[in-house]
Every structure is written in structure tokens, then in C-alpha cells.
Design a protein. Structure first.
Length: 127
């Protein structure tokens, strides 16, 4: 159980801090947004708000599973930004191609961590 709480802490910090980052480093997030995404600034702000809200909802066991699925969907929804970076490394000279590949791998690990740490534990939730 302690490992699950550690996983929840990582997920919470990742998304809460990331959500705040959408407002503090807006130019960065705009730069990684694929050019075909309309209303870039609105998308950045909206995704930041959603990240913060869903991070907050994983704190309570009652809302945790639904928030976990929301974070999984959100993570999948922002995957095009990471793929855009990976496909166009020349646009991001501050990142090595290896680092851009690592970002995609971390995203897969993050999806697994969200699922594992936010799922309902049937053994402990009965009754």
C-alpha cells in the first residue's frame, strides 16, 4: 500500500506542477503544440486547469479512480505534442534526440503509474 501512495504522490506532483507550468511557461507549451492544433493558447490554459483539477481529485479515494481515467485520457490527448517534438528535433535544439525519445518512454511509464496507483483495490474497497 505504501508503494501505491508513493505512486499517487508522483502522479499528483507531476500533474499539479505541470498544470501550474502551463501558466508559468506558456511559451514553452505553445512551442511544443503541433501546428495543426487550433486555439493553441486556449488549449494550453484548459489543459493546465484540467491537470490541476484531476491532480486534486486523486487525493480523495472516492474520486481517485475517475480522476485516474481522466489523467490517462489527458496524457493520451497530449501525446501528439511529444510526438511532434520527437519527429521535429530540429525545432527543439535544447533537447537531444535521445532525450526526446526518453520523453515518449516516460510517458508510457506515466500511463502505467497512473493506472496502477489510481485503480480501485477490490480487496480493500469491499464493504
Amino acid at each position: 500500500m505504501i508503494y501505491r501512495y508513493c505512486g499517487l504522490a508522483i502522479v499528483f506532483i507531476w500533474f499539479f506542477a505541470g498544470g501550474i507550468g502551463h501558466f508559468l511557461a506558456t511559451d514553452f507549451f505553445l512551442s511544443i503544440l503541433p501546428p495543426y492544433v487550433p486555439f493553441g493558447l486556449a488549449v494550453i490554459y484548459l489543459s493546465g486547469v484540467v491537470e490541476i483539477l484531476l491532480a486534486g481529485f486523486i487525493v480523495w479515494s472516492r474520486t481517485r479512480p475517475m480522476a485516474g481515467w481522466g489523467l490517462i485520457l489527458l496524457t493520451i490527448a497530449v501525446t501528439p505534442a511529444n510526438i511532434h517534438m520527437w519527429l521535429h528535433p530540429e525545432l527543439f535544439p535544447g533537447y537531444s534526440p535521445t532525450m526526446l525519445s526518453v520523453r515518449l518512454f516516460i510517458q508510457v511509464l506515466l500511463l502505467l503509474l497512473i493506472w496502477w496507483s489510481t485503480r480501485v483495490d477490490v480487496e480493500h474497497e469491499v464493504g
